[in-house]
Design a protein around this ligand. Structure first.
Ligand code: HEC
Length: 257
């Protein structure tokens, strides 16, 4: 096969009258020796091979690491902070900078991504030189490397600044438990202010972990209620001994395995 002679483009879908038809000769690319190749099958075969390698790679990855599932979304849970998947973390991170957030959200959410993705879309029209080697296209290559560095940096910043333990905690799938809101224990939980941090369904939130299925026994819980633990302040519980007993037995009985 002659070099570059295998590819034909139909530029105009209208059909000319027979008297106007030119002989159907493909464009001559001989002025670019060594820089062209036949579209079929050489070029397509290469594309397909690369595509197949990536497809099989992704398939293996998804089988080896199934996507983690979180609990069912709860629109009433205001403590849940949604986080995009890893491949959008760079855009998410962009929105944290002062000139791309708050009153400038439009810049971070629309203008910067719009310019970059729009530029990518327009690249074939802006960069029309005959060169294909990256080294001979310094502007296109440096813009691409810069963008790549930006994406890598923003993703890394986002990963480094996120509290992943909290993210995992907030999405955890938990056994459904029935909370008896008429019980003495729940009423005490409410009246002693535990609810402010641990939530009205003891589900936890941004301020405190869930109290369902803690694995703690009643006396350990009574101790924490009075003396605190870690980031939980001491002296939250100010009731009497009966209330403490009801409260700690109530929490100890939740989601017990
Ligand atoms: C000011 C917010 C706040 C209040 C109010 C509060 N807690 Fe906590 N609680 C926390 C935090 C934060 C933790 C996590 C402590 C840690 O491990 O660092 C915690 C942990 C606990 C734990 C241990 C959970 C575990 O899995 O280890 C128990 C039990 C508990 N709280 C019970 C109570 C009870 C009972 C009350 C009410 C008397 C209460 N808390 C009120 C913030 C609070």
């Amino acid at each position: 096969m002659h070099r570059g002679k295998g590819m034909k483009f139909v530029g105009d879908s209208r059909v000319l009258a027979p008297s106007h038809r030119k002989p159907n000769i493909p464009k001559d690319y001989s002025e670019y020796p060594g820089k062209t190749e036949a579209f079929w099958p050489n070029f397509l075969l290469k594309e397909w091979m690369v595509g197949a390698v990536f497809l099989v790679g992704f398939l293996c990855l998804t089988v080896a690491h199934p996507a983690p599932l979180e609990r069912i979304a709860d629109p009433t849970d205001t403590g849940y902070i949604p986080l995009p998947d890893w491949y959008f973390l760079f855009l998410y991170q962009l929105l944290k900078y002062s000139y791309a957030s708050g009153p400038y959200t439009v810049i971070g959410a629309m203008i910067i991504p719009g310019l970059t993705f729009g530029g990518l879309l327009l690249a074939p029209f802006l960069d029309r030189g005959p060169e294909r080697r990256p080294a001979k296209r310094p502007i296109a290559t440096s813009i691409m490397l810069l963008a790549l560095a930006g994406v890598v940096f923003l993703t890394w910043q986002s990963v480094a600044n996120e509290d992943w333990k909290k993210v995992e905690e907030q999405g955890k799938i938990r056994a459904q438990v029935n909370i008896d809101k008429t019980s003495e224990g729940y009423k005490t939980f409410q009246s002693q202010g535990c609810i402010a941090c641990h939530g009205d369904n003891l589900q936890g939130g941004a301020a405190a972990p869930t109290l369902i299925g803690t694995g703690l026994n009643a006396s350990q819980i009574a101790n924490i209620a009075q003396h605190g633990k870690g980031k939980m302040p001491a002296g939250v519980f100010k009731g009497n001994a009966d209330q403490l007993k009801a409260l700690s037995e109530f929490i100890a009985g939740l989601g017990k395995k």
